[in-house]
Write a protein that binds this ligand. Structure first.
Ligand code: ADP
Length: 674
């Protein structure tokens, strides 16, 4: 494994561990919260119950103390006094009064402030029992009776027996005889329950006796205490009650807030970690992609060097880049000799439409969308040599476009090399052809030389040795043959000289003003003998001065007239004309022969090229004359072309620039005086 992937792994392990810890913490928090909720809901802290029980007991004892005080203030005689009224006011939740035994065992209650309630305290069984217990002891006794109005909380009554001044009788009988009445304190049972923090909101508390609920707070009416509630006993002055406390159904939101906050932190932590992880994964992927692209560039170089054959190169190259860059269509075009882009290879289903004009090419965009087409110019030495067009199935990002450019540069270099090879191969073929033609040329010339020289030699020897033996007529015939062969020899020698000129490292010309109006008729005069009986029409415009080489112009005219003589039948007319044509001098040689077929009109200017037809084959020649003409014309910055002469035959037209006096010199001559 390489360092980079190890690093990526190590980087990923830390956030993963952090995420694990956060989730563990959140799960622990949730569990703890759930437990706290469970405890709060089902198991109210026993402290609540015992605290509430203590409050109830304390109130009952305070009430008892009040009764004792009241009894003392009345000196043991039940009567409503100012002192009693003052005591009653000390606790507004309670009402305090006296109970006096009435007829048939009733005990009638009279409240403070002179009110005579005439409530029969014995009407409620519990109260009656309590009064009896109080009568027989010297302690206040507690009992619970019906509330008023009916249906409200129960009323707790506490009574202390009064026996008149002095110490109470010690025995029960004495007490029953001495009983004068009771000091009585009445209070709603509910007022016994203290308002503890949390009761009524999250806690329910109830006070119950053996007979049922005396008072409750914080609980929906009639709802029984759950079995899991906490209980504490109140045992004061005969009251044997139980306080129950439990958590109500609407617990504090704090645990939930804690739970959700924990989960949120965990989720954010997980998201951050996942984001970090995703980022490092993305970076790792980008690094892998970049390294793959670089390796594509590295692979492509040697691949393109494996062969210089385009047929080998292009398919392998295209397959390689298509795989790596996910291209579903690739086309490669090359600039043709005519300057147009020609598709030379394409592959893939989404083969993009080719661009044909190299000037339409521009730099590829920074990125390519999915299914987008991109064209990369293939450049060599700053010149466009072709174009690579690709369709990107899943798009290309910036670095992929750069990669495509890099491999395109490599391809352009390879194409340049392949083109060089092609050119070289073509050159080799050309040179081989040339060599073959040269051999043919030399063979033919030497054969012609031999036959011509042999003929001249033979007829000359015959005339020299046996001349007088022949008739006059025969001698003339021999002389004419010698003359014809000598002329042929002259042509052959000219051919050889032309050949030598062409073969020299370079035919050089010296450009100078040449009066063609004078030169042309002179050359024509020399050529009459060659043209034989062909009528020659010459038309020369006066004072046509060209910037040319006189020797070269002479050679050109001689070669054209020789061809007119060679390739036209005896007696057919030949025309030579010289005229101005704009800035050029135009020299035309026309004949009435077979002419040159349009397809051959360029090739006849190639070295050793001869038209392969019956007429031409009958004429001796080696295919050098016109090649030399073209070379000389080129050197003089002129042109040469052939077309049909009016009325049939070939018309060769040569132009060379007129010799013009430089304009600035004219201007100098005409500079007006200041
Ligand atoms: P050569 O005459 O020695 O063959 P050239 O280079 O002078 O070589 O001419 C090339 C070919 O062009 C000739 O072989 C001939 O076929 C053709 N040609 C040249 N001049 C004429 C002409 N005036 N009429 C017809 N064909 C011609």
């Amino acid at each position: 494994m390489d360092d980079r992937s190890q690093l990526t792994r190590r980087r990923g392990a830390i956030p993963a561990a952090l995420a694990g810890l956060i989730l563990l913490g959140a799960a622990g928090g949730a569990w703890t919260t759930a437990r706290a909720l469970h405890r709060e809901r089902g198991h109210a802290p026993p402290a609540v119950a015992s605290a509430e029980a203590a409050v109830v007991a304390a109130r009952l004892q305070a009430d008892a103390a009040l009764l004792v005080t009241a009894g003392r203030s009345m000196a043991g005689v039940p009567r409503v006094s100012a002192d009693l009224a003052a005591l009653a006011r000390s606790d507004p939740g309670a009402s305090i009064g006296i109970g006096r035994p009435g007829a048939s065992g009733a005990v009638l209650y009279t409240g403070t402030g002179g009110s005579r309630d005439a409530l029969d305290l014995t009407a409620a069984p519990a109260w009656r029992v309590a009064l009896e217990v109080a009568r027989d002891g010297d302690q206040p006794v507690v009992a619970v009776g019906p509330g008023a109005p009916a249906g409200t909380d129960q009323t707790v009554m506490q009574a202390l027996a009064l026996y008149g001044p002095g110490a109470p009788p010690v025995d029960v009988t004495g007490r029953r005889q001495a009983l004068l009445g009771y000091v009585v304190l009445m209070r709603p049972a509910a007022s016994l329950l203290g308002a503890l923090p949390g009761t009524g909101r999250n806690l329910a508390v109830e006070l119950r006796s053996a007979d049922g609920v005396l008072a409750a707070s914080g609980s929906a009416p009639g709802r029984p205490a759950p079995p899991s509630s906490a209980a504490s006993v109140v045992n004061v002055n005969g009251a044997n009650w139980v306080v129950r406390a439990w958590s109500t159904g609407s617990p504090s939101r704090v645990p939930w807030v804690v739970l959700f906050a924990g989960l949120a932190v965990a989720a954010i932590g997980a998201a951050v970690v996942a984001g970090g992880e995703a980022e490092s994964t993305r970076l790792a992927r980008a690094a892998t992609a970049r390294s793959n692209e670089l390796s594509l560039v590295a692979r492509t170089g040697p691949l393109l060097q494996q062969s210089l054959e385009l047929g080998d190169l292009l398919p392998r190259f295209v397959v390689e880049i298509s795989d790596e860059l996910d291209l579903d269509g690739v086309g490669i075009s090359l600039v043709s000799d005519a300057g147009q882009l020609m598709r030379v290879f394409s592959l893939g289903v989404g083969e993009p439409a080719p661009v044909t004009d190299p000037s339409e090419l521009s730099d590829p965009p920074a990125s390519v969308p999915a299914a987008g087409v991109v064209t990369v110019p293939l450049q060599r030495g700053g010149r466009v040599v072709g174009a690579l067009t690709a369709r990107a199935r899943s798009g290309l990002d910036g670095s992929q476009v750069e990669t495509l450019r890099a491999v395109s540069d490599l391809l352009a270099a390879a194409l340049g090399n392949a083109r060089l090879l092609e050119d070289e191969q073509a050159m080799v073929v050309q040179l081989r052809d040339l060599d073959r033609l040269k051999t043919t040329f030399l063979g033919s010339v030497s054969h012609d030389l031999r036959t011509t020289v042999t003929a001249i030699e033979g007829f000359a020897t015959l005339l020299a040795t046996h001349g007088e033996t022949f008739a006059e007529e025969q001698r003339t015939d021999f002389l004419q043959r010698i003359e014809r062969n000598a002329r042929s020899l002259g042509v052959l020698v000219e051919d050889l000289l032309d050949f030598a000129r062409l073969e020299r490292a370079g035919v050089s010309v010296t450009l100078q003003p040449v009066d063609l109006s004078e030169l042309v008729p002179n050359v024509v005069d020399q050529m009459y003998s060659i043209l034989g009986d062909r009528p020659l029409a010459v038309s020369v415009a006066p004072a046509v001065v060209a910037r040319a080489d006189p020797g070269a112009m002479e050679r050109i005219l001689i070669n054209l007239l020789s061809n007119a003589a060679k390739y036209t039948p005896a007696g057919s007319a030949v025309t030579v004309s010289l005229e101005r044509d704009g800035a050029d001098a135009a020299l035309c040689v026309s004949d009435r022969g077979a002419g040159i077929p349009p397809a051959e009109r360029l090739r006849i200017f190639e070295r050793f090229y001869r038209i392969d037809n019956e007429d031409a084959n009958q004429v001796r020649g080696v295919g050098i004359g016109l090649a030399l003409v073209r070379q000389l014309v080129d050197l003089q910055r002129g042109t040469v072309a052939v077309d049909d002469a009016p009325g049939g035959g070939a018309r060769f037209r040569v132009t060379v620039p007129l010799d013009v006096v430089p304009a600035h010199r004219e201007e100098e001559l005409h500079v007006p005086a200041p």
